[in-house]
Design a protein around this ligand. Structure first.
Ligand code: NAP
Length: 261
């Protein structure tokens, strides 16, 4: 049996992928940090789709040792698809980070996804496809969201390159969403962005469904929503210093960190 791996399955966007793929009858391998959240999610899925095969595995993907244990445990798995969602959108002035948090955010957002891509390629079934979740925040440097922006920029760059390297071997798409109302603090954050936040919003279900369509077509990158595409193209002609001053003013007003270590 071939499985679809979903990382960050217990989060707001991850769950939308879980239910979209469950609806399609895919066998699922779900990961997240919390054993309890994964068990509850599995129960929810099986209540709706009792015949589905659902495996769960709790692990901290930012930790090399836990990733190695995960790889060893699923040594014989065959993957038809991988949806790499796990990420940490910690937002605060750079000097307020602890060393642990700095490493955590870099590792879960970038290092873990690069490592997982290799694992997935080595366990791919015929017709394998991989979707990586990045962010519009990675399109240019963002003061007060600097580390998140840098890791997502790196992720977009990496998987766009891999899209070409794996041509003929696997489909690879990077999804670059704007705002997705998932956790309560994210919803509050979107509200504080006013009209800019409203225009950029797309629901988790919209992002999941349409990014999977883009993956099926093997698009290199997919930006959900008309406004996010306008912003991506339109802002390319605005001088970087103007963009950074705008971002600095707006992003310095809020902080968020929903990721206790
Ligand atoms: N929400 C937005 O506005 C937005 C916009 C653009 C891009 N994105 C990206 O979309 C993805 C999902 O965002 P979301 O809003 O759904 O966030 P979320 O609800 O906080 O979900 C994050 C998921 O990642 C998991 N995770 C976090 N750190 C991990 C680690 N070290 N090891 C393993 N799993 C870990 C979480 O597990 P636990 O449940 O155990 O914490 C959770 O399942 C992220 O990559 C984010 O950067 C979000």
């Amino acid at each position: 049996m071939n499985y679809t791996l979903i990382t960050g399955a217990t989060g707001g966007l991850g769950k939308a992928y879980v239910f979209e793929l469950a609806k399609r009858g895919e066998s699922l391998l779900l990961t997240g940090r919390s054993e309890e959240k994964l068990a509850a999610l599995k129960e929810e899925v099986l209540n709706l789709y009792p015949d589905l095969s659902v495996l769960t595995y709790a692990c901290r993907l930012d930790r090399e040792k836990e990733r190695a244990d995960f790889y060893a445990f699923f040594d014989r798995i065959c993957l038809s698809c991988a949806v790499l969602v796990a990420g940490a959108d910690i937002q605060k002035p750079f000097q307020d980070y602890t060393e642990e948090k700095l490493l955590f955010q870099q590792r879960v957002n970038f290092e873990a996804n690069v490592s997982l891509a290799k694992f997935c390629f080595e366990h791919k079934a015929e017709g394998f496809s991989l979707l990586a979740v990045s962010s519009v925040s990675g399109l240019y440097p963002m003061p007060y969201f600097a580390l998140y922006s840098a890791t997502k920029g790196a992720l977009t760059s990496f998987f766009s390159a891999i899209h070409y390297e794996w041509r003929g071997k696997a489909k690879v798409t990077v999804v670059i969403p704007g705002a997705i109302p998932t956790r309560d603090d994210v919803k509050d954050n979107i509200k504080t962005q006013g009209i800019w936040g409203k225009l950029a919003v797309k629901s988790p279900e919209f992002v999941a469904k349409n990014s999977l369509k883009a993956l099926k077509k093997n698009k290199m990158q997919y930006v959900p929503g008309f406004w996010n595409n306008v912003m991506r193209v339109g802002t390319a002609i605005i001088p970087l210093t103007w963009k950074m001053r705008f971002i600095e003013r707006r992003w310095s007003k809020t902080t968020k960190d929903a990721f206790p270590l």
